[in-house]
Design a protein around this ligand. Structure first.
Ligand code: GLN
Length: 476
């Protein structure tokens, strides 16, 4: 592998594929470039493992196919990183946790298999908060990830490594997972597009479960078009996931002539304490801009803003406490040494293997599910989730989209987490789409004076998921 080639950065799938077809660049050269870039940005800690040789071997196959004019998959030459909680057969899988050290995936996630079948190249697995629990990527057993904009800042989480891998040009696209914002929030902090599909649109087969009724695979990219191309390939029913939406996915690449949309926003957000004034101003300006361009912008009332975080954290910790019970030292990964009996093996394995935040959530989840508190917490939170879902459906019956900020603040400095509750509260705008199951795309806007990363997100009805891409393509 030569190391003295010039770096080249292609910002989207179309550009990569046209360069490869026109022989401006070979696929091996391209992969070599990404690998060099991974090496240059190592200190950001975005990757837990890089699959250099495999990626290179795959690139050689693509070059051969190109030279011999053979049929190519729809993702030829597209280099993708995968979050370390997505199974890739024969490769280590740790979900950023010590407890899974030594574990290798026995099968590939459905989404991974669909990418490979279309000639995508998987370059490595990216760092993340342990089991996806966190908003800063500081909860990883493999250490925090640093933001490529400014190394003193968090990249967001839990798919922080995924976002930095795209931000720093070490791959073109990243697969992450989004249980309460883990794709959209790091994408926002790193100046990228992040997409959480409708619940059930992409198979969860092969994802390490956190909150199963919330988890969705998501995509981080430089543009909405690339996300649409990937969705066309990974979306759709799967025999291994009974929660998949039965109907066929929409055509994500369909164009529209439609220029005016109905956009709702929650009037309570503009009065929300804790929303950074610059983000508030940028949001408000953006809404004004949309109205000035002729879109129908409507303020709606959403009385449940303060219920989002409690509802989300009761339900996800409950689901996590049961999902994570399988890590007992017998079935997966690491087993504690020098134990006398089964009970002690379980205890020691779990005490040594889980990090602090994961333990906190297992305890919380066990508490809200316990006999004496089930009705007061878990059952109430389920009712509250239904009320929130119904309200979102009502709003979307009258409007095409709901527009929200992604984050209430700018990325904070690494190591300055003041309390778990404060950290949980920072997820206020992203958990909504996971509670309701609606799709949501987050996209950077550039109308703030300081040019700090600010993103907004758009939610639509599940059946109209493709309109999020039509809108993004039109307005950016
Ligand atoms: N920050 C949220 C949490 O900690 C969301 C995480 C996620 O989407 N995986 O639960």
């Amino acid at each position: 592998m030569s190391t003295n080639q010039h770096p080249i950065f292609y910002k989207n799938i179309a550009a990569v594929q046209s360069a490869l077809r026109q022989k401006d660049v070979s696929c091996t050269h391209l992969v070599n470039n990404y690998l060099q870039q991974i090496d240059k940005t190592k200190h950001l800690n975005a990757y837990i493992e890089v699959f250099s040789e495999e990626a290179f071997a795959q690139a050689k196959i693509i070059d051969q196919k190109l030279a011999q004019n053979q049929k190519l998959g729809r993702l030829f030459g597209v280099v993708v990183s995968i979050k370390d909680n997505i199974s890739y057969k024969g490769h280590a899988l740790s979900a950023g946790s010590k407890i899974l050290s030594g574990y290798k995936a026995l099968f590939s996630a459905t989404a991974i298999q669909r990418l490979l079948d279309e000639d995508a190249i998987i370059i490595g697995r990216t760092n993340c908060d342990e089991f996806g629990m966190g908003s800063s990527n500081e909860n990883s057993f493999y250490g925090p990830v640093k933001n490529g904009f400014d190394e003193s800042l968090i990249p967001g989480g839990s798919s922080g490594g995924a976002a930095v891998s795209v931000q720093t040009g070490t791959c073109l696209l990243a697969l992450g997972t989004d249980t309460g914002g883990s794709v959209r929030q790091p994408a926002a902090f790193c100046g990228l597009y992040g997409f959480k599909p409708s619940y059930g649109r992409v198979s969860r087969h092969g994802l390490v479960a956190y909150g199963s009724s919330f988890d969705q695979l998501g995509i981080i990219a430089h543009c909405a078009e690339d996300i649409a191309i990937l969705m066309q390939i990974i979306a759709g029913k799967d025999q291994y996931d009974a929660t998949c939406i039965a109907s066929a996915p929409p055509n994500y690449l369909a164009k529209t002539k439609r220029k005016k949309w109905k956009i709702a926003y929650f009037k309570e957000i503009l009065d929300k304490e804790g929303l950074h004034p610059e983000i508030k101003a940028a949001y408000s300006l953006y809404l004004d801009d949309l109205a000035a361009k002729g879109h129908e912008v409507t303020a709606v009332s959403f009385e449940y803003l303060d219920y989002l975080i409690p509802t989300y954290y009761i339900l996800t910790t409950a689901e996590a406490s049961t999902n994570l019970s399988r890590y007992d030292g017998i079935r997966y990964g690491r087993r504690a040494k020098n134990t006398q009996n089964l009970e002690e093996t379980y205890q020691k394995t779990r005490s040594e293997g889980f990090g602090l935040e994961v333990k906190r959530r297992i305890l919380l989840g066990t508490y809200v599910l316990s006999a004496g508190y089930y009705d007061a917490y878990f059952a109430q939170a389920q009712k509250s989730r239904r009320i929130i879902q119904d309200k979102i459906l009502d709003i979307l019956a009258e409007n095409d989209f709901i527009l929200l900020p992604v984050t209430a603040n700018f990325p904070r400095k690494l190591g300055t987490n003041s309390s778990p509750v404060e950290e949980y509260l920072s997820d206020i705008f992203t958990v909504l789409a996971n509670l309701s199951g609606n799709p949501s795309i987050s996209f950077p806007i550039h109308n703030n004076l300081e040019k700090k990363p600010i993103s907004l997100q758009l939610l639509s009805l599940k059946e109209l998921e493709h309109t999020l891409f039509q809108w993004s393509a039109l307005s950016h």
